[in-house]
Design a protein around this ligand. Structure first.
Ligand code: AMP
Length: 629
């Protein structure tokens, strides 16, 4: 079947289409209805079917290829490397699941996972899936306030964490941040399970904290039966930033997600059992959930989990991994490739990369020079793929399993099967024609694998994502897009105040709230501005309460460092603005709305744009002066 037909069937006859895709996973009990969209925009997939993500990722392969590699955990931080076969992974997951049960976790309970990129983090995710607990992985780069917000929203019974992570050879504390977050949070988890990597001393709180290694010893032979879940029960929550300061808990199901991943591994990523997949993301992000942990394992592949920098011990480290483990499919981000592009070319040429068949890049726009460079250097297809935390798998790409069409520089590709993609005019709600810019939207229902709702807040789900167009119930991606005459789509940036730094989504509101908590900051605006390496960087313009504190270059520098330290402490270094400028006034509309886009335009050396609603044009002059230094 050619791709055009495949896609058409997914849209016109989704029931037949997805029923067929559902045969790619094991079902304990067959489903009745393929799709229930009787209560739009809430979609249910494979209703009544019972399955389990851990079974499909692990147990299923223990039966057919027990000694094949499943998880390859590599850390250039601790100089360790360990391969777990499917049999060994199964044993570790059973141990972790038994520990969780002993700590009182049962089906439907939330378990928050705040961990570095170590194998135990994968054991914990899969153990939750096994016993029907809902995991919520929080990116290790987030600090206490971010963590506290998520603890309060997910109300976990158990938190799994570690003493420390490591970056560039330096230990990074996790436990003290976790203790502080629990202190800050209104909800108190009953138990905390800690992996002691011996990177930093760690105090255990009596009655609450438990050491993982000693518990593991007690459950070495544990056999924990899989809990069969109805396809629409939640599997996990993953928080993502939006336009408010409060992150949204993207909630995903079990059956739909398993089917979507299995299908994507075949049609888009083209991975086969026995091959090795290397995704360089982090388990704290959606790419890590779908394509470090669940996707490759569901496809029976070995998956590589890497802790460390792409440039240490040298810029050839990832290529050495491709060579050593005969990686067939690699998944990374444009920022990482831009970093590698700066490395001496011989570091790449040193290795045998002939096992590699394609490189997938996602998370941020792929610029033409980066794409052209890496395509030339590797000599394999470079496949851009556009998607979001909310969707869990690609919306736009080229399904190489079925579709040999050429990639087009600057375009992530065409709509993936199941996604009824539309470019919509935001004022009229009408569909745009070819080459007309509009909002990239998806006609409901969303296909399997996408978010079910915002955890605990159905109303916010409808209001945030489904209420953006007049006369039309469609899901908004909050990205501007355009389709060319041949059907290729192009992404033209966000429609909201979300910024994308090195492929990581950050909400400007969250950063502003953190900066405003500094005792000497009265008001602040954060914008994302174009950056050659990271795509975008965050920059802040703040009004000090005490102007003397920002009078001289020295005092401004000192205050800037304090503000950055505040963000580091509360949200984590990942959210730290690259610069904090001090001004006396911020550009706002007469109704008091920040003119972030004008500030951004000035920062990028562009015209400030439409200023008909500005309250005081003088405020823009202040931004210009601050930038001029
Ligand atoms: P996140 O949910 O953090 O993965 O961020 C999703 C957002 O990243 C999208 O809404 C886009 O703005 C951007 N994005 C992701 N992948 C791509 C891509 N391939 N090309 C352009 N933008 C992308």
């Amino acid at each position: 079947m050619n791709y055009a037909e495949f896609y058409r069937q997914s849209i016109t006859d989704p029931e037949t289409f997805w029923k067929e895709q559902a045969s790619r996973i094991d079902w304990h009990q067959p489903f009745g209805k393929v799709r229930d969209y009787s209560n739009p925009p809430f979609a249910k997939w494979f209703v009544g079917g019972k399955t389990n993500l851990c079974h499909n990722a692990v147990d299923r392969w223990v039966a057919s290829q027990p000694d094949a590699a499943a998880l390859i955990a590599i850390s250039t931080e601790t100089e360790t490397e360990k391969t777990y076969t499917f049999r060994e992974l199964h044993a570790e997951v059973n141990r972790m699941a038994a520990i969780m049960l002993s700590l009182g976790v049962t089906r439907g309970d939330r378990v928050l996972i705040y961990m570095p990129m170590i194998a135990e983090a994968v054991f914990a995710m899969l153990a939750c899936a096994r016993i029907g607990a809902i995991h919520s992985v929080v990116f290790g780069g987030f600090a206490s306030n971010s963590l506290a917000t998520r603890i309060d929203d997910a109300t976990p019974k158990l938190i799994v964490s570690a003493d420390a992570g490591s970056r560039g050879g330096k230990a990074i504390a996790y436990k003290p941040l976790l203790d502080e977050a629990i202190e800050l949070a209104g909800h108190k988890p009953q138990r905390v399970l800690l992996v002691d990597r011996k990177l930093m001393p760690m105090n255990l709180v009596a009655g609450r904290d438990t050491d993982y290694a000693s518990e593991r010893e007690r459950y070495l032979d544990a056999q924990v039966p899989v809990v069969w879940l109805e396809s629409n029960e939640p599997s996990y929550i993953l928080y993502t930033s939006g336009t408010t300061g409060k992150p949204k808990g993207v909630q995903r199901d079990v059956g739909g997600y398993a089917v979507a991943l299995a299908a994507s591994m075949r049609h888009i990523y083209c991975g086969k059992p026995g091959e090795t997949y290397f995704c360089t993301s982090d388990i704290g992000w959606v790419v890590g959930h779908s394509y470090i942990v669940y996707g490759p394992l569901i496809a029976g592949m070995a998956t590589i989990m890497y802790e460390g920098l792409p440039t240490r011990p040298d810029g050839g480290v990832w290529w050495s991994i491709v060579d050593k483990y005969k990686v067939s499919r690699m998944f990374s981000s444009p920022t990482a490739i831009r970093v590698l592009k700066k490395q001496p070319p011989e570091l790449m040429r040193k290795y045998d990369l002939s096992s590699l068949q394609a490189l997938y890049l996602a998370g941020e726009p792929l610029d033409e020079p980066t794409s052209a460079w890496i395509a030339g250097a590797l000599g394999v297809p470079i496949i851009d793929n556009y998607w979001q935390t909310e969707t869990g798998w690609p919306i736009l790409s080229i399904a190489r399993g079925l579709d040999q069409r050429a990639t087009r520089l600057g375009s992530p590709g065409v709509p993936m099967y199941g996604y009824n993609v539309k470019i919509i005019n935001e004022s009229t709600g009408e569909e745009c024609g070819a080459s007309q810019k509009g909002v990239l939207a998806i006609e409901g229902p969303l296909p399997p694998g996408c978010m079910q709702t915002i955890y605990g807040d159905d109303e916010r789900f409808v209001k945030t994502y489904w209420s953006n167009f007049p006369q039309r119930l469609a899901y908004s991606t909050f990205d501007w897009g355009i389709r060319d005459a041949d059907g290729y789509y192009f992404i033209l940036g966000r429609t909201d105040d979300v910024i994308n730094v090195a492929g990581h989504r950050l909400g400007t509101r969250e950063i502003e709230e953190s900066i405003a908590s500094h005792p000497n900051i009265a008001e602040v605006a954060v914008v994302g501005i174009a950056d050659q390496l990271k795509g975008q960087i965050a920059v802040a313009f703040a009004i000090p309460k005490n102007v003397d504190a920002a009078e001289t270059p020295e005092s401004r520098k000192a205050l800037e460092a304090e503000v950055m330290a505040t963000v580091d402490h509360q949200l984590g270094a990942v959210a730290r603005p690259a610069r904090v400028y001090f001004v006396g006034q911020l550009p706002k509309t007469r109704s008091g709305k920040l003119l972030r886009r004008s500030i951004q335009a000035l920062c990028e050396g562009r015209d400030a744009g439409d200023l008909t609603t500005i309250e005081d044009p003088q405020s823009l002059q202040q931004i210009r002066q601050a930038l001029a230094g």
